[in-house]
Write a protein that binds this ligand. Structure first.
Ligand SMILES: C[S@@+](CC[C@H](N)C(=O)[O-])C[C@H]1O[C@@H](n2cnc3c(N)ncnc32)[C@H](O)[C@@H]1O
Ligand code: SF4
Ligand code: SF4
Length: 463
């Protein structure tokens, strides 16, 4: 069973329902009924951010609707979060972005935006976003961010419509300064009626068609070095070769692992952004209260599909995406459409393939904790945030040791590390939790291991 946290580590916080376009795949079910009715104001913002601080949330994703259409609140939220040592990112379609407002965002402390970009083809982009001239506006927005030193990642939500444009869209994004390209499986919106496993359903892609989208992204990565990933998890038995598809491994389901909570612009609370079920309202409760009670059903393993029992990757994978499964099967804890079955992984996942980094090197060197670390003591274990939304669990004594060492600005050697546990030292080094001036870390290892929780890896693959 998962380690049970006291509160989420990352929150998706919608600042407004208003959006200037109407993407066909968008999960926000309120668009037709209450578009524009709910937005966060000053009073609510202050209250909610205090609740993040009380719950020791590490990272907040400011989202919407379109958060730039509630710009003053967006600016205030960034400043207030940064002031409280909470890292922040923003999801925006960038249609409203220009040189002036992106500079204000940068000055407020925002260093990353994830933007929607359905296609490099202007006609297709307009069809998907249901808005004229949408591509050029997004491109202008991306360029304004790049100019003002805001790192931009692109999110391309894959449907039957745009699935053949993955490589070209990644290339296009790279050419205008985008650093990372996410190709994200579409989660059928809860209002979608088509649950067929055939090509009349825009959200259904066969296993082969899905693999092709991943292969196209890998081709783009290898040809021009853009980073790649996905925001919705794939069943690991479907990926099969976890070396080749390493960029799509690791994150798992942030809702089942306990990392995630979502807040709507009217204060309603969900675990996953894609779900309709509400668990309370942030304005009437504390984050911990709702998270530790009404939301526990997401954290206790009960959303795992029965057919996954006995799978060695069950903790990392947790049956793929259960909101996709819900979209197709009408219920959770059911079969992900890309499910193959337990123990189908042929090439295993390792955080590092850097063979030069043998264990002996760890015995002869001096280490120190990464200065960016943030900690949460969960009593039986520790949460360590490395940067942004990247948080891992570690045994309690390791957490205490690293927190103390960081506070005292001390270094340590192998013989001083808890139980002289060299395998933990190596794993923490690969994740960038501990550093050494003498040993060069492996950048590939760091990127691919970025979101993998060390304690969730199968025992056989844990070093
Ligand atoms: C709802 S949008 C809100 C922020 C902003 N309007 C934007 O589009 O970036 C947040 C993210 O969810 C993604 N998204 C929307 N509908 C989705 C779906 N059905 N499945 C997967 N991702 C989806 C969008 O591409 C975007 O990256
Ligand atoms: S821009 Fe974002 S919020 Fe607006 S419709 Fe598209 S995905 Fe939804
Ligand atoms: S059998 Fe289930 S838990 Fe195992 S890899 Fe497949 S979907 Fe994931």
């Amino acid at each position: 069973m998962n380690r049970l946290f006291s509160a989420p580590t990352t929150v998706n916080f919608e600042l407004t329902e208003i959006c200037n376009v109407k993407c066909k795949h968008c999960y926000n079910p309120w668009r037709d009924e209450s578009m524009g009715e709910n937005s966060i104001d000053d009073i609510k913002l202050n209250k909610i951010i205090q609740k993040f601080v009380d719950a020791k949330v590490f990272h907040v994703i400011l989202t919407g609707g379109e958060p730039m259409s509630n710009f003053n609140i967006l600016l205030k939220a960034i400043k207030l979060l940064r002031k409280n040592n909470i890292s922040v990112s923003c999801n925006s379609n960038l249609i409203l972005a220009n040189n002036v407002n992106t500079k204000l965002l940068r000055d407020a402390g925002l260093d990353h935006i994830l933007t929607s970009l359905p296609s490099l083809d202007p006609v297709q982009n307009d069809l998907i976003m249901q808005s004229k001239g949408s591509l050029q506006k997004i491109v202008n927005g991306i360029k304004a961010c790049v100019k003002n030193d805001i790192r931009v990642s692109v999110n391309m939500v894959i449907t039957r419509q745009n699935r053949n444009n993955v490589y070209a869209t990644a290339k296009f994004a790279h050419n205008i300064g985008v650093k990372k390209f996410f190709l994200t499986r579409s989660v059928p919106p809860t209002y979608s009626q088509n649950i067929k496993y055939d090509n009349s359903n825009p959200y259904y892609l066969t296993l082969e068609e899905t693999k092709k989208t991943l292969d196209d992204a890998i081709k783009a990565r290898d040809e021009f070095g853009i980073k790649i990933g996905s925001l919705v998890s794939y069943p690991l038995c479907f990926l099969e070769d976890l070396e080749k598809y390493r960029d799509f491994v690791g994150r798992g389901c942030p809702s089942q692992s306990g990392h995630r909570m979502s807040i709507n612009a009217n204060g309603d609370l969900h675990v996953c952004v894609h779900e309709e079920e509400k668990y309370g309202n942030i304005l009437d409760t504390s984050i911990q209260e709702v998270y530790q009670n009404q939301m526990r059903g997401w954290h206790d393993g009960s959303k795992v599909f029965k057919g996954c029992e006995g799978c060695e990757y069950i903790k990392m994978c947790a049956s793929g995406c259960q909101m996709v499964s819900m979209g197709f099967n009408g219920e959770m804890a059911s079969k992900d459409p890309l499910y193959v079955g337990p123990n189908n992984v042929k090439k295993h996942f390792k955080i590092t393939t850097n063979e030069n980094l043998n264990m002996e090197i760890f015995k002869d060197n001096i280490f120190y904790p990464n200065r960016s670390l943030r900690f949460r003591d969960e009593k039986n274990f520790y949460l360590i945030n490395i940067q942004w939304g990247n948080t891992i669990t570690v045994p309690h004594e390791i957490g205490v040791f690293l927190e103390k060492t960081l506070k005292a600005k001390q270094t340590f050697s192998y013989s001083e590390f808890i139980d002289k546990d060299i395998s933990w030292m190596k794993k923490l080094f690969d994740k960038g939790v501990i550093l050494s001036d003498k040993i060069k870390s492996d950048p590939v290892a760091f990127d691919k291991g970025v979101s993998a929780n060390l304690e969730d890896m199968p025992a056989s693959q844990s070093i």
